[in-house]
Design a protein around this ligand. Structure first.
Ligand code: AMP
Length: 524
């Protein structure tokens, strides 16, 4: 059954789709309202299948808008209301969108674009209350289901097109990651904003399984007391977040089994999951499965996964990011400088050839298969550099060059950082994630980020920002000296950061990842 038919089925029951703050929404309400709104969109834009921007945060109406877009044949572009007006404007202008559902309080003014606020959306829903859109309009198969905007290296957002097939492939695989049995009803935690593709994991796993999505918002994330009292009322079974978010929760001793007695599975994705973090979670929550997933938005949320048991968390450091899903393939490559290689051993992106490396060797990670996006929306130039296609046995295979570095050992992928986090200091190549991993090996260090410090665009030195897992009765500079001394046993001298900064917490971005940009600013 497809997601639309499944939801129609759930709408005939009493199942609760959503809990957010002190209100809830049933599947019945989602279907009724999205049918009405989709009917309006079809009436107005029957011949124009442009994407539709939906701006808001965690409101129930966000989900109604998403579904009404796809039921009427339009991809939706989720935009979080915390984004700056310039960023929202850029996204809208590059989307060809003629309609915005603005659920937020932000006042948006854009020429020639119809912006509907909450009250107007509700009025439309009421005036189309009995209408049911024809199934032929539904987004399906190779149609674009949603477009999520990620930050490009230029700072300009790139809209990643995700097809219904990509989404289906992700969901079918993700449901095999724990002992899911059809008909089981779960409560999923939603931490990520809908503009970040991690949220696709909790949102669509909920929708496919008829489960409840329990959302937390920005305001709660900045107020632990409120967050914990809200979590206490949640009955969450499946936790979906970035590791940084879990680390933030772990700083409070009340984050344990008593707070979340029904927790069964924790799914982590988006950044490095450290051994420290896993071991703490394993101590606090005795009977849970912790799963590390890896993937970029361009390959639909995640393409590798592995359950991290106590044996792995205590014996393998850094942790692997997992086995590839069965309808995708991983390649580790390096730029090809010779012309002698056989086609079979190479992949090409925009005229540049990359040689496939043997197992165990470190290089750039390339993902191919059913989860790979067809490219960036309205951005062929950048798409060409990182997406490519090959026809194999009459079937089109898509490839995405991740700009992540890694290696494969015993079929397991290990992540080594972003390619652009490789820097040259005094002519020597350094991988920042390598240094961060060594810092995390020091017994009193909880987590670490290593950043290059530049002056007038020239690299001056490296700085490490670390959090500690215990109180050391020493001044910060003395702790810094101890860390440097310990690093001498783990790294070459030129890799030891000149500056060590100790912090209580690493700051998070709105998506829940470590905020490197803010830390870099602080170092200036
Ligand atoms: P995004 O497209 O915003 O979801 O970010 C994707 C990037 O996050 C990947 O290309 C990786 O650099 C990083 N990432 C995702 N999952 C993991 C993981 N499990 N461990 C380390 N880095 C990860």
């Amino acid at each position: 059954m497809n997601v639309y038919d499944l939801m129609d089925k759930y709408s005939k029951t009493n199942l609760i789709l959503r809990k957010y703050r002190n209100s809830s929404m049933k599947y019945e309400e989602l279907i009724r309202k999205s049918d009405a709104l989709a009917s309006y969109i079809i009436k107005r834009f029957d011949n124009n299948k442009m994407p539709i921007v939906v701006c808001g945060h965690k409101e129930h109406l966000m989900l109604v808008c998403f579904l009404s877009c796809t039921k009427s044949g339009h991809a939706y572009i989720p935009v979080d209301s915390s984004m700056s007006k310039e960023r929202i404007k850029y996204i809208v202008e590059n989307s060809n969108s003629k309609l915005i559902f603005n659920i937020s309080d932000n006042k948006l003014h854009l020429d020639n674009i119809d912006i509907k606020n909450c009250a107007e959306i509700e009025t439309i829903i009421n005036s189309h209350a009995t209408m049911i859109p024809d199934k032929i309009y539904r987004v399906q198969d190779e149609d674009i289901h949603y477009i999520i905007c990620t930050s490009g290296s230029t700072g300009k957002p790139k809209g990643v097109k995700t097809t219904s097939n990509c989404l289906k492939s992700f969901v079918n695989w993700a449901l095999t990651l724990w002992d899911y049995s059809e008909g089981t009803h779960y409560v999923f935690m939603n931490q990520a904003p809908f503009s970040f593709d991690l949220s696709v994991m909790d949102l669509y796993l909920s929708l496919y399984t008829g489960s409840t999505l329990f959302s937390i918002d920005n305001q709660m994330i900045s107020n632990m007391k409120e967050l914990f009292s809200y979590l206490k009322s949640s009955d969450i079974n499946i936790w979906v977040s970035t590791p940084s978010f879990a680390e933030m929760c772990l700083t409070d001793i009340n984050f344990n089994n008593n707070l979340l007695p029904r927790l069964k599975v924790m799914l982590f994705c988006g950044e490095v999951l450290t051994n420290n973090c896993v071991q703490k979670l394993q101590n606090r929550f005795k009977y849970i499965s912790i799963i590390n997933l890896y993937g970029p938005t361009e390959a639909t949320v995640a393409v590798t996964a592995i359950k991290i048991d106590t044996e792995l968390s205590s014996n393998v450091n850094p942790l692997p990011v997992g086995y590839i899903k069965n309808d995708c393939k991983l390649f580790i490559v390096e730029k090809n400088n010779s012309v002698l290689n056989n086609d079979e051993d190479c992949l090409e992106f925009n005229g540049v050839s990359y040689r496939i490396l043997p197992e165990g060797e470190k290089g750039e990670i390339i993902i191919s298969g059913k989860s790979v996006s067809p490219g960036y929306f309205n951005n062929n130039e950048i798409s060409k550099n990182v997406f490519s296609k090959r026809i194999i046995n009459g079937i089109e295979n898509r490839y995405y060059k991740t700009e992540d570095e890694g290696y494969i050992k015993d079929n397991l992928l290990y992540y080594c950082g972003r390619i652009d986090s490789q820097i040259k200091l005094d002519g020597l190549r350094i991988e920042l994630e390598n240094i961060a991993n060594s810092l995390r090996e020091i017994e009193f260090i909880e987590n670490a980020v290593v950043l290059p410090v530049k002056k007038e665009n020239k690299l001056q030195y490296l700085a490490a920002v670390v959090t500690l897992n215990k109180v050391l009765l020493k001044k910060d500079f003395e702790v810094g000296l101890v860390i440097k001394e310990k690093l001498k046993n783990l790294l070459s001298n030129y890799m030891i950061p000149r500056k060590i900064i100790i912090k209580e917490h690493l700051p998070m971005t709105i998506n829940g990842k470590i905020n490197r940009r803010l830390l870099t600013e602080e170092l200036k």
